[in-house]
Design a protein around this ligand. Structure first.
Ligand SMILES: Nc1ncnc2c1ncn2[C@@H]1O[C@H](COP(=O)(O)OP(=O)(O)OP(=O)(O)O)[C@@H](O)[C@H]1O
Ligand SMILES: [Mg+2]
Length: 296
């Protein structure tokens, strides 16, 4: 049984861990006994743990085994995953606490979006479809009252389970997520190259930090998965650049609809209130799709 103890308190990953009535009220146990999971190959190593292919209930799944995560952080991530059910959000299947803390999700056999677009040059129509799906997923996350705080192509997974094998994109990695009503300012939650200026400044912030990150994610899509701000080595250099108002350069040669560049620029606007919401972004992207607007 997962439980959340009274907080707030700091955590080893720098995540705001809060005693949230909303998350606390979710008391459904999703604990899977270790004997029900058959571990297979290592799929990837992330900053916070290793991800294995495994079998559970006769289906292939992914199991993320954490290196070091406090019980509070683990409970926070599990509770958030329990809340979320959407076609463009990773499906949570359960968690293990013994002999180590693990999160079990559906297996996304095509891997993460960053790796995928680095190796496969997708046509703009496919990139647009992926962008719409991510925006739909994030719109749902925000409607649910949550902020992701680590949105980037590396935290979007792909499967080919769509109609006629079409790519389906799902947002994952809610390890840095929090409730909008319980944001506490800290520096450097998430990944620096996708971090909004107000978060670097330690100011109060809101869900618009995810919209900023989505602007950088759109830039990644148009740049074949390049690293944003690759001219800077250190996070502190990225921070200084972002606070000066610098942004990654949108490739001049990229074939994208007129209007896509201005959408990206509005998403990463220095002033959070001038950024659109995901409710605004979805129809803008759909409009590009339906009108097959002129490309530059
Ligand atoms: N459900 C899944 N299906 C297939 N592969 C997965 C799945 N979940 C995670 N992975 C693989 O494991 C990698 C790391 O996962 P995750 O982002 O959850 O870990 P992390 O420790 O937060 O890493 P990072 O700091 O790089 O984001 C992913 O980039 C992906 O390649
Ligand atoms: Mg991740």
């Amino acid at each position: 049984m997962v439980s959340i103890t009274p907080l707030p308190q700091s955590s080893s990953r720098g995540v705001d861990v809060v005693d949230s009535p909303r998350l606390r009220s979710r008391s459904t146990s999703t604990v899977i006994p270790p004997r029900e999971i058959a571990f297979g190959n290592l799929l990837a190593s992330g900053a916070n743990g290793e991800v294995f292919k495994a079998t559970f209930n006769g289906r292939s799944v992914a199991v993320k085994k954490f290196h070091s995560i406090s019980p509070h952080e683990f409970c926070n991530e599990v509770k958030i995953l329990q809340l979320l059910q959407h076609a463009n959000i990773i499906t949570f299947l359960g968690n293990m606490t013994e002999p180590f803390r693990c999160i079990v999700t559906e297996l996304m056999e095509m891997g993460d979006l960053q790796a995928y677009i680095r190796k496969s040059r997708l046509p703009f129509a496919s990139l647009l479809s992926i962008a719409i799906q991510i925006a739909e997923g994030m719109s749902y996350v925000h409607r649910t009252g949550l902020i992701h705080r680590d949105l980037k192509c590396g935290n979007v997974m792909l499967t080919s389970s769509g109609i006629e094998g079409a790519l389906v994109a799902k947002v994952m990695d809610f390890g840095d997520a929090c409730e909008m009503s319980n944001v506490m300012s800290r520096r450097h939650i998430g990944t620096a190259r996708w971090t909004a200026p107000e978060m670097f400044q330690g100011k109060s912030y809101n869900e618009k930090v995810d919209v900023y990150a989505f602007g950088v994610l759109l830039w990644e899509l148009l740049s074949n998965g390049a690293v944003p701000f690759s001219e800077y080595i250190f996070d502190s250099q990225v921070e200084d650049a972002v606070l000066r108002g610098e942004r990654p350069t949108i490739p001049p040669e990229c074939k994208c609809p007129l209007g896509m560049r201005s959408l990206i620029e509005s998403c990463w606007n220095q002033i959070p209130s001038l950024r659109p919401t995901f409710l605004d972004i979805v129809p803008i992207l759909r409009d590009f799709q339906s009108r097959e607007v002129d490309t530059e």
